[in-house]
Ligand binder design. Structure first.
Ligand code: ADP
Ligand code: MG
Length: 303
């Protein structure tokens, strides 16, 4: 069993009237099964309302299944006695960093979690040092979080979760409120946590370009897992992605159309730089020419 395993997970939001009679049932997660290995970088993609946050909230027992089971670190979340252990295994980072930062000084905020857990003071400061370093925020340790950019705040929030030393971090659209620079900072930080510290990462997002390095991607739609696979497998199905209302970058779609026409481009192109580099290679192979300019003009004349 992996660090997170769900079997036939169903969650219904139930709205009741004053007499406790069921007024409305919203099926947010429908029969989801997954098994995530420790150390993996897993992405969950899906348009708004597809059930991503509802699924995420099951990963540290903020919600309990209506039906089915989810195990975190081998513990069934329905087991009351395991709650503390589950919350320690899986840390959560949410969309809005302002709701997650509590203290008025960065280093105190990062130390808050371990302090609550009863970690000895010396060790708290050691963890604060290490975690701030890991997210590249050491220079701001004495700052007030109010003065930080969105991306910096989100990195402090990540350090705060890291300081509790979870085996797994679940990030629910951590970049949704950030500008492109902030988004890059956060994604880079999260990748490093995964690669250098071996922390299992579950990254929930609707930006395709953030999940290109994932080991595995799940795409959700209407509460179900509609697609599952490696980035290569997922991104080579542009029409399917569009039918699931995901924004496929223009360059990905263009590369996809050119591939269909027989150009040997990789199926995972999400940015213009990669696209131009691959076109240049193809052009070089075909003509011996090496200028990017020639390559840019290449596909039209090549086909
Ligand atoms: P996502 O995170 O992918 O946007 P959510 O998990 O937030 O999706 O929502 C899945 C479905 O559950 C949506 O139809 C949404 O309207 C519904 N939903 C989410 N939260 C609640 C709630 N607190 N009460 C009732 N319905 C909800
Ligand atoms: Mg959500």
């Amino acid at each position: 069993m992996g660090i997170i395993k769900a079997k036939n997970l169903i969650y219904n939001y139930i709205k009741r009237d004053e007499e406790e009679k069921v007024e409305e049932v919203s099926e947010a997660v429908r029969d989801v099964s997954l098994d995530i290995e420790e150390g993996q970088f897993v992405a969950v993609l899906g348009h708004n309302g597809s059930g991503k946050s509802t699924l995420a909230k099951h990963m540290n027992a903020l919600l309990l299944p209506s039906e089915g089971t989810i195990w975190i670190g081998g513990k069934d979340t329905k087991d009351d006695d395991a709650l503390w252990e589950i919350r320690q295994t899986a840390g959560m980072v949410f969309q809005n960093p302002d709701n997650q930062i509590i203290a008025s000084v960065v280093e105190e905020d990062v130390g808050f979690g371990p302090e609550n857990m009863g970690v000895p003071t010396d060790e708290i400061w050691q963890r604060v040092d290490e975690c701030l370093k890991a997210v590249g925020m050491t220079a701001y340790r004495k700052s007030s979080p109010n003065r930080l950019s969105g991306g910096q705040k989100q990195r402090v929030a990540i350090a705060g979760v890291m300081a509790m030393e979870p085996k797994c971090i679940v990030l629910d659209e951590p970049t949704a409120m950030l500008d492109p620079n902030g988004r890059k900072e956060v994604i880079r930080t999260v990748r490093e946590l995964n690669q250098k510290k071996g922390i299992t990462v579950i990254l929930i997002t609707h930006y395709m370009e953030e999940v290109i390095h994932a080991d595995r991607i799940y795409v959700m739609d209407e509460g179900e897992i509609a697609m599952e696979g490696t980035p290569q497998e997922i991104f080579s199905r542009v029409e399917k992605l569009k039918s699931l209302r995901l924004d496929v970058p223009q360059v990905t779609e263009l590369a996809y159309e050119l591939r269909k026409k027989g150009l040997s481009l990789s199926p995972c192109i999400l940015d213009i730089e990669t696209f131009v580099a691959e076109l240049t290679d193809i052009w070089k192979k075909r003509t011996g020419s090496s200028t990017a300019k020639a390559a840019a003009a290449g596909p039209a004349s090549a086909e």
